[in-house]
Design a protein around this ligand. Structure first.
Ligand SMILES: [Zn+2]
Length: 294
Protein backbone atom coordinates (compact mmCIF):
# COMPACT_ATOMS: atom_id res chain seq x y z
CA UNK A 1 0.00 0.00 0.00
CA UNK A 2 1.19 3.51 -0.84
CA UNK A 3 1.03 5.98 2.03
CA UNK A 4 0.27 9.57 1.02
CA UNK A 5 -0.63 12.57 3.14
CA UNK A 6 -3.60 14.36 1.58
CA UNK A 7 -4.83 17.88 2.36
CA UNK A 8 -8.07 17.83 4.36
CA UNK A 9 -8.32 21.27 5.97
CA UNK A 10 -6.21 24.41 5.55
CA UNK A 11 -3.52 22.80 7.69
CA UNK A 12 -4.84 19.35 8.53
CA UNK A 13 -3.57 16.42 6.50
CA UNK A 14 -5.06 12.93 6.35
CA UNK A 15 -3.55 9.51 5.83
CA UNK A 16 -6.22 7.20 4.46
CA UNK A 17 -7.11 4.01 6.31
CA UNK A 18 -9.69 2.37 8.54
CA UNK A 19 -9.29 4.34 10.72
CA UNK A 20 -7.73 7.30 8.90
CA UNK A 21 -4.98 9.29 10.63
CA UNK A 22 -4.97 13.08 11.03
CA UNK A 23 -1.67 14.97 10.80
CA UNK A 24 -0.67 18.59 11.34
CA UNK A 25 2.87 19.84 10.91
CA UNK A 26 3.98 23.08 12.56
CA UNK A 27 7.60 24.11 12.07
CA UNK A 28 9.59 21.00 13.03
CA UNK A 29 6.82 19.38 15.06
CA UNK A 30 4.08 16.98 13.95
CA UNK A 31 0.81 16.25 15.71
CA UNK A 32 -0.88 12.96 14.90
CA UNK A 33 -4.33 11.58 15.77
CA UNK A 34 -4.80 7.78 15.78
CA UNK A 35 -1.78 6.34 13.91
CA UNK A 36 -3.76 3.18 13.08
CA UNK A 37 -2.64 -0.42 12.78
CA UNK A 38 0.49 -2.05 11.41
CA UNK A 39 4.24 -1.71 11.51
CA UNK A 40 4.34 -0.76 7.82
CA UNK A 41 1.84 2.06 8.39
CA UNK A 42 3.78 3.38 11.39
CA UNK A 43 7.22 3.26 9.80
CA UNK A 44 5.93 4.71 6.49
CA UNK A 45 4.27 7.63 8.29
CA UNK A 46 7.48 8.27 10.23
CA UNK A 47 9.41 8.39 6.93
CA UNK A 48 6.89 10.81 5.40
CA UNK A 49 7.34 13.10 8.43
CA UNK A 50 11.14 12.79 8.33
CA UNK A 51 11.00 13.96 4.71
CA UNK A 52 9.03 17.02 5.85
CA UNK A 53 11.81 17.86 8.31
CA UNK A 54 9.84 16.87 11.41
CA UNK A 55 12.00 16.47 14.52
CA UNK A 56 9.36 15.99 17.23
CA UNK A 57 6.12 14.01 17.17
CA UNK A 58 3.10 14.24 19.47
CA UNK A 59 0.46 11.51 19.20
CA UNK A 60 -3.14 11.79 20.41
CA UNK A 61 -5.15 8.58 20.76
CA UNK A 62 -8.94 8.85 20.72
CA UNK A 63 -9.41 5.54 22.55
CA UNK A 64 -7.61 2.32 23.41
CA UNK A 65 -8.58 0.04 20.52
CA UNK A 66 -5.68 -1.67 18.79
CA UNK A 67 -6.76 -0.75 15.25
CA UNK A 68 -6.36 2.94 16.21
CA UNK A 69 -3.20 2.80 18.30
CA UNK A 70 -1.03 -0.19 17.38
CA UNK A 71 1.21 1.72 14.91
CA UNK A 72 2.14 4.26 17.63
CA UNK A 73 5.49 2.76 18.76
CA UNK A 74 6.84 2.84 15.17
CA UNK A 75 6.51 6.65 15.10
CA UNK A 76 8.99 7.04 17.96
CA UNK A 77 6.95 9.95 19.29
CA UNK A 78 8.18 12.29 22.02
CA UNK A 79 4.72 12.57 23.58
CA UNK A 80 1.65 10.29 23.50
CA UNK A 81 -1.69 11.36 25.01
CA UNK A 82 -4.89 9.34 25.51
CA UNK A 83 -8.08 9.35 27.62
CA UNK A 84 -7.23 8.99 31.32
CA UNK A 85 -9.72 6.19 31.96
CA UNK A 86 -8.24 4.10 29.11
CA UNK A 87 -4.56 4.47 30.04
CA UNK A 88 -4.23 0.96 31.53
CA UNK A 89 -5.40 -0.55 28.22
CA UNK A 90 -2.98 1.61 26.29
CA UNK A 91 -0.07 1.00 28.64
CA UNK A 92 -0.47 -2.79 28.55
CA UNK A 93 -1.53 -4.75 25.47
CA UNK A 94 -2.61 -7.69 27.67
CA UNK A 95 -5.23 -5.54 29.43
CA UNK A 96 -6.18 -4.00 26.05
CA UNK A 97 -7.04 -7.39 24.53
CA UNK A 98 -8.71 -8.63 27.70
CA UNK A 99 -10.93 -5.54 27.90
CA UNK A 100 -11.84 -5.61 24.18
CA UNK A 101 -12.56 -9.34 23.89
CA UNK A 102 -12.96 -10.59 27.46
CA UNK A 103 -10.28 -13.28 27.02
CA UNK A 104 -6.49 -13.44 27.03
CA UNK A 105 -6.23 -14.73 23.46
CA UNK A 106 -3.04 -14.14 21.51
CA UNK A 107 -4.30 -15.62 18.24
CA UNK A 108 -7.52 -16.66 16.53
CA UNK A 109 -8.85 -13.10 16.30
CA UNK A 110 -7.76 -10.17 14.19
CA UNK A 111 -6.09 -7.04 15.58
CA UNK A 112 -4.59 -8.78 18.63
CA UNK A 113 -0.91 -8.05 18.19
CA UNK A 114 0.13 -4.87 19.89
CA UNK A 115 2.91 -3.49 22.02
CA UNK A 116 2.73 -1.83 25.41
CA UNK A 117 2.68 1.98 25.13
CA UNK A 118 3.85 2.80 28.64
CA UNK A 119 4.88 6.40 27.99
CA UNK A 120 1.29 7.51 27.31
CA UNK A 121 -0.09 10.37 29.45
CA UNK A 122 -3.67 11.63 30.02
CA UNK A 123 -5.20 13.92 27.42
CA UNK A 124 -6.50 17.34 28.49
CA UNK A 125 -9.98 18.08 27.21
CA UNK A 126 -10.37 21.29 25.13
CA UNK A 127 -6.60 21.98 25.10
CA UNK A 128 -5.07 22.63 21.69
CA UNK A 129 -2.36 20.17 20.72
CA UNK A 130 -0.88 21.93 17.70
CA UNK A 131 -4.38 22.81 16.48
CA UNK A 132 -6.03 19.51 17.49
CA UNK A 133 -8.59 19.98 20.27
CA UNK A 134 -9.82 16.86 22.11
CA UNK A 135 -13.54 16.74 22.94
CA UNK A 136 -15.28 14.06 24.97
CA UNK A 137 -17.43 11.74 22.83
CA UNK A 138 -17.98 8.71 25.13
CA UNK A 139 -20.02 5.58 24.48
CA UNK A 140 -18.12 3.43 22.00
CA UNK A 141 -15.59 3.17 24.83
CA UNK A 142 -15.95 4.77 28.26
CA UNK A 143 -13.28 7.42 27.70
CA UNK A 144 -13.62 7.97 23.95
CA UNK A 145 -12.59 11.38 22.57
CA UNK A 146 -13.12 13.07 19.23
CA UNK A 147 -10.91 15.80 17.78
CA UNK A 148 -11.97 19.25 16.62
CA UNK A 149 -9.34 21.03 14.57
CA UNK A 150 -8.67 24.75 14.38
CA UNK A 151 -9.30 24.51 10.62
CA UNK A 152 -12.82 23.08 11.06
CA UNK A 153 -12.42 19.33 10.77
CA UNK A 154 -14.34 17.06 13.18
CA UNK A 155 -12.72 13.66 13.66
CA UNK A 156 -15.35 11.58 15.46
CA UNK A 157 -13.29 8.37 15.36
CA UNK A 158 -15.59 5.50 16.50
CA UNK A 159 -18.24 7.71 18.12
CA UNK A 160 -20.27 7.26 14.92
CA UNK A 161 -20.35 4.26 12.58
CA UNK A 162 -20.62 4.32 8.81
CA UNK A 163 -23.61 2.58 7.21
CA UNK A 164 -21.44 -0.17 5.66
CA UNK A 165 -19.87 -1.01 9.02
CA UNK A 166 -23.30 -1.18 10.68
CA UNK A 167 -24.47 -3.61 8.00
CA UNK A 168 -21.30 -5.69 8.37
CA UNK A 169 -21.31 -6.04 12.16
CA UNK A 170 -25.06 -5.83 12.90
CA UNK A 171 -24.40 -5.10 16.56
CA UNK A 172 -21.80 -2.32 16.89
CA UNK A 173 -19.14 -2.32 19.62
CA UNK A 174 -20.57 0.03 22.27
CA UNK A 175 -19.57 -0.06 25.95
CA UNK A 176 -22.17 2.48 27.17
CA UNK A 177 -25.14 2.90 24.85
CA UNK A 178 -26.73 5.72 26.89
CA UNK A 179 -23.59 7.85 26.48
CA UNK A 180 -23.28 6.74 22.85
CA UNK A 181 -26.76 8.12 22.07
CA UNK A 182 -26.02 11.42 23.87
CA UNK A 183 -22.75 11.66 21.95
CA UNK A 184 -24.62 11.38 18.63
CA UNK A 185 -26.51 14.58 19.51
CA UNK A 186 -23.22 16.26 20.48
CA UNK A 187 -21.81 15.35 17.06
CA UNK A 188 -24.71 17.18 15.40
CA UNK A 189 -23.91 20.30 17.47
CA UNK A 190 -20.15 20.16 16.80
CA UNK A 191 -20.65 19.47 13.11
CA UNK A 192 -22.34 22.89 12.75
CA UNK A 193 -18.94 24.48 13.47
CA UNK A 194 -17.05 22.31 10.98
CA UNK A 195 -16.61 21.76 7.27
CA UNK A 196 -16.00 18.02 7.24
CA UNK A 197 -16.71 15.11 9.60
CA UNK A 198 -14.30 12.16 9.53
CA UNK A 199 -15.38 8.74 10.80
CA UNK A 200 -13.03 6.02 12.06
CA UNK A 201 -14.69 3.43 9.84
CA UNK A 202 -16.86 5.17 7.29
CA UNK A 203 -16.99 8.07 4.87
CA UNK A 204 -15.79 11.64 5.17
CA UNK A 205 -18.95 13.71 5.32
CA UNK A 206 -19.30 17.34 4.31
CA UNK A 207 -23.01 17.29 3.61
CA UNK A 208 -25.19 17.94 6.65
CA UNK A 209 -28.14 15.88 5.33
CA UNK A 210 -25.91 12.82 4.83
CA UNK A 211 -24.46 13.26 8.32
CA UNK A 212 -27.94 13.48 9.82
CA UNK A 213 -28.96 10.31 7.93
CA UNK A 214 -25.98 8.33 9.29
CA UNK A 215 -26.56 9.63 12.82
CA UNK A 216 -30.22 8.59 12.59
CA UNK A 217 -29.15 5.16 11.34
CA UNK A 218 -26.87 4.74 14.38
CA UNK A 219 -29.63 5.87 16.75
CA UNK A 220 -32.16 3.58 15.12
CA UNK A 221 -29.84 0.56 15.33
CA UNK A 222 -29.14 1.07 19.04
CA UNK A 223 -32.81 1.69 19.87
CA UNK A 224 -33.96 -1.31 17.83
CA UNK A 225 -31.48 -3.59 19.59
CA UNK A 226 -32.57 -2.18 22.94
CA UNK A 227 -36.19 -2.90 22.04
CA UNK A 228 -35.32 -6.42 20.78
CA UNK A 229 -33.49 -7.29 24.01
CA UNK A 230 -36.53 -6.31 26.08
CA UNK A 231 -38.85 -8.25 23.79
CA UNK A 232 -36.74 -11.43 23.83
CA UNK A 233 -36.39 -11.26 27.61
CA UNK A 234 -40.15 -10.78 28.04
CA UNK A 235 -40.76 -14.32 26.81
CA UNK A 236 -38.11 -16.35 28.61
CA UNK A 237 -34.91 -16.36 30.65
CA UNK A 238 -31.89 -16.06 28.32
CA UNK A 239 -28.15 -15.89 28.86
CA UNK A 240 -26.10 -13.27 27.13
CA UNK A 241 -24.69 -15.45 24.36
CA UNK A 242 -28.16 -16.73 23.44
CA UNK A 243 -29.30 -13.12 23.17
CA UNK A 244 -26.30 -12.02 21.10
CA UNK A 245 -26.65 -15.00 18.71
CA UNK A 246 -30.35 -14.35 18.20
CA UNK A 247 -29.69 -10.68 17.43
CA UNK A 248 -26.77 -11.39 15.08
CA UNK A 249 -28.99 -13.77 13.10
CA UNK A 250 -31.75 -11.14 13.00
CA UNK A 251 -29.29 -8.60 11.54
CA UNK A 252 -27.95 -11.14 9.00
CA UNK A 253 -24.48 -11.48 10.55
CA UNK A 254 -22.62 -14.77 10.84
CA UNK A 255 -22.30 -16.02 14.42
CA UNK A 256 -18.61 -16.68 15.08
CA UNK A 257 -16.04 -16.01 17.77
CA UNK A 258 -15.34 -12.41 16.70
CA UNK A 259 -18.97 -11.39 16.19
CA UNK A 260 -20.02 -12.96 19.50
CA UNK A 261 -17.26 -11.29 21.51
CA UNK A 262 -17.44 -7.84 19.91
CA UNK A 263 -21.26 -7.71 20.14
CA UNK A 264 -21.38 -8.47 23.85
CA UNK A 265 -20.51 -5.00 25.23
CA UNK A 266 -23.64 -3.38 23.76
CA UNK A 267 -25.91 -6.16 25.02
CA UNK A 268 -24.25 -5.97 28.47
CA UNK A 269 -24.77 -2.22 28.45
CA UNK A 270 -28.49 -2.67 27.70
CA UNK A 271 -28.89 -5.38 30.36
CA UNK A 272 -27.05 -3.15 32.86
CA UNK A 273 -29.40 -0.25 32.22
CA UNK A 274 -32.56 -2.36 32.54
CA UNK A 275 -31.19 -4.07 35.67
CA UNK A 276 -30.36 -0.70 37.26
CA UNK A 277 -33.90 0.43 36.48
CA UNK A 278 -35.29 -2.72 38.14
CA UNK A 279 -36.85 -4.08 34.94
CA UNK A 280 -34.83 -7.32 34.75
CA UNK A 281 -34.29 -10.19 37.16
CA UNK A 282 -31.46 -12.74 37.05
CA UNK A 283 -31.79 -16.51 37.32
CA UNK A 284 -29.07 -19.07 37.97
CA UNK A 285 -30.98 -22.15 36.79
CA UNK A 286 -28.67 -24.96 35.59
CA UNK A 287 -25.61 -22.89 36.32
CA UNK A 288 -26.30 -20.19 33.70
CA UNK A 289 -26.70 -16.54 34.51
CA UNK A 290 -29.92 -15.76 32.65
CA UNK A 291 -32.08 -12.64 32.50
CA UNK A 292 -35.80 -12.03 32.18
CA UNK A 293 -38.16 -9.08 32.32
CA UNK A 294 -39.81 -8.91 35.77
ZN1 LIG B 1 -12.84 1.47 18.48
Amino acid sequence: MKYILEQLGDETLILRGSPPTLVRVKDNAAYIVDPGFGKERGTSLRKLLDNLGVKEITVILTHSHNDHIQATPYLKASHVYAPLIELPMIHYSKIRNYFSYGYMFTKGLSLLEGEDIVSCKPIESRKSYGGFIPIKLPGHTFGHYGILTEDDVLYVSDALFGDKLLTKVGIPYVEDHTSFLETLDKIIDFSKMTKVVVLGHGPRISNWKILKKIIDLNKERIRNIEHDVLEYLSDSFMHIEELVSKLLIKYGVEVDLTSLLLSKPLIKSIISKYYREGKLKPSYYNGFLKWKVK
